[in-house]
Design a protein around this ligand. Sequence first.
Ligand code: NI
Length: 169
Amino acid sequence: MSRRDILEYPDPRLRLEASPVTVFDTGLSELVDDLLETLQATKAVALSAPQVDDARAVLVMNPDQGWAPHVYVNPEILSKSAWGLVEESCLSLPGVVGNVVRATELRVRAQDRDGQSFERDLSGLAAVCLQHEIDHLVGKLFVDRMTVFQKLRFHAFAGKRARRRSRAA
Ligand code: NI
């Protein structure tokens, strides 16, 4: 197991669409273990494979207090309800916080690391995180879902940071 580096905005690899997992082998298990180790090390709530530069449709979450992580391979949302405005942040967008509209209740179908299918109902933080991570699997970032006003603020912030970086380089 090893901790992986996390890609940060505006890395174009964050915009790629992940491929469905068809092979459930030790390579997949290693990816899942690395995602879990990276999630634990960063103390984030959730993490997707594309964020560590792996184009497979895999995500992990630890939405509860304590360490009881969920693993979702090839996740697919079956139904959504109870929409609300929620505050989000992202390991790939350090320092950015914004409000987006998400369902706070949903049903998901996915596979585990052995390829076993399961369905689960999620609500609250777990439901919101799952939608955020599934967005990563299709190259979408939560800033894409913010209001126009928040997007303008974000681009001003990102531009300032990029200029700071290029001066330091
Ligand atoms: Ni994220």
